[in-house]
Design a protein around this ligand. Structure first.
Ligand SMILES: [Zn+2]
Length: 253
């Protein structure tokens, strides 16, 4: 799965590197449904998010004690997701990270100490990104290529430093705010009432309420015809992810 994804990203990068020259252009690309790139998508088993109604669930802050139960639910629904993990948490829960990897989930960088990256020195940002990437790679054997900045806090310096560390900045387009003290029912209602094709959804695998909401989220999305994809799968057909670039959502089919 991972090999296939890397291969796909390499190919996608080579197709688009000549004209994917700015974040503005990338944003335009992401909002253009049905571009010709879809017709030349690699012939592997990747879902084509220009055709399917894709949704990318993302879980930040783990692994925690809730993550294995989240993985069990995802596995039951044959759903993949993206986990933005804290470096030391990866070291504390290596078998959970390896289970994510084995399931075909994408694993991204969520720093070491979860600071506001816009409020610390450049040296500290580099440390936060690179040490967490090192921690993750020491478990998975692969350095992550995606960054979810803690609190969603980024600026042009964050992007530049992420780019130097080989990381694309992945934000979200739908936030059910599971980080607030709200009921599980509110989480799944907010998500299911507002979700659109191409959404990258912000969730956390550190709250019991998110785990409680997840069965209804998965069942509801599946019954509405959504395909569960990772962030790299979501963005593959529109050129893949690139270091220092910023992504909020995938194709709006
Ligand atoms: Zn976080």
């Amino acid at each position: 799965m991972r090999v296939g994804r890397l291969y796909r990203l390499k190919r996608a990068a080579s197709w688009h590197s000549s004209w994917l020259i700015s974040s503005t252009m990338a944003a335009v690309l992401l909002t253009l449904p049905g571009t010709p790139t879809a017709a030349s998508a690699p012939a592997d088993h990747a879902p084509d998010c220009f055709v399917l109604r894709c949704v990318a669930l993302t879980f930040d802050d783990g692994p925690t004690q809730y993550t294995p139960s989240i993985l069990r639910l995802l596995e039951k629904h044959h759903a993949t997701a993206t986990f933005f993990v804290i470096g030391p948490h990866a070291l504390q829960h290596p078998t959970t990270v390896l289970r994510e990897q084995r399931d075909g989930d994408a694993i991204g960088d969520h720093t070491v100490t979860h600071p506001h990256l816009t409020a610390v020195s450049s040296a500290r940002v580099r440390f936060e990104l690179d040490r967490a990437a090192h921690d993750i790679a020491s478990v998975t054997g692969h350095r992550p290529t995606l960054l979810r900045p803690p609190f969603g806090a980024y600026d042009s310096r964050t992007r530049a430093l992420a780019g130097q560390s080989g990381l694309a900045v992945v934000m979200w387009s739908l936030d059910p705010q599971d980080w607030r003290h709200i009921s599980p029912g509110t989480i799944d209602r907010r998500l299911l009432n507002h979700v659109r094709a191409g959404d990258i959804v912000s969730l956390h695998d550190r709250y019991a309420r998110t785990l409680t909401a997840l069965p209804r989220i998965l069942t509801g999305l599946a019954s509405s015809g959504f395909a569960f994809v990772t962030v790299p799968q979501m963005l593959a057909a529109s050129g893949g992810t690139h270091p220092g670039m910023l992504y909020h959502h995938g194709p709006r089919t």
